[in-house]
Design a protein around this ligand. Sequence first.
Ligand SMILES: [Zn+2]
Length: 107
Amino acid sequence: MRRRSINQSPVSVKHVPHRTCVACGKVKPKRALIRLVRTSDGSVEVDVGGKKAGRGAYLCQEQECWQIGLKGRRLERTLRTSLTHDNREQLIRYGKDLKESISDRGQ
Ligand SMILES: [Zn+2]
């Protein structure tokens, strides 16, 4: 007696949009990432709701990716803009509030 797999019901498979982190290059579900958007004046801000219009880039919710993404010009290249010093600092500060990727390391 052959059994059919019951794990392949198409109804249970929801389409989840995926995006790529500009720092580590990992592809993750969109909501696991933080969207950054280039505003009309060329500055970059965190798009918390993920709905702002404009060219967007994604970073993981991890300090490490923000450091990598903001240290070099990856983010700027992706967004085709250049960050001012203040703008970069502002984003770095945001990144510092995120959890560290290795969270159970103690001090
Ligand atoms: Zn990442």
